[in-house]
Design a binder for this molecule. Structure first.
Ligand SMILES: [Zn+2]
Length: 61
């Protein structure tokens, strides 16, 4: 019961925020956000931030 409630909370939280990882194709900088950044926070290039598929963690397992 406790485990079920915990999973449900995780799902609700994920749906509410809808965070995604965006990666700059110019310099490789990654940024987490709810929408695509207009420009890269690191190199300043515009339109280079692309949504990156996320796995269970940063190791891409
Ligand atoms: Zn960049």
């Amino acid at each position: 019961m406790i485990k079920s409630d915990f999973n449900e909370q995780l799902l609700n939280k994920k749906e509410a925020i809808e965070m995604a990882i965006f990666k700059c194709k110019n310099c490789g900088e990654t940024k987490e956000g709810s929408c695509t950044p207009e420009k890269c926070p690191k190199c300043g290039a515009e339109g280079t931030m692309q949504k990156k598929e996320t796995g269970c963690c940063s190791c891409k397992c």
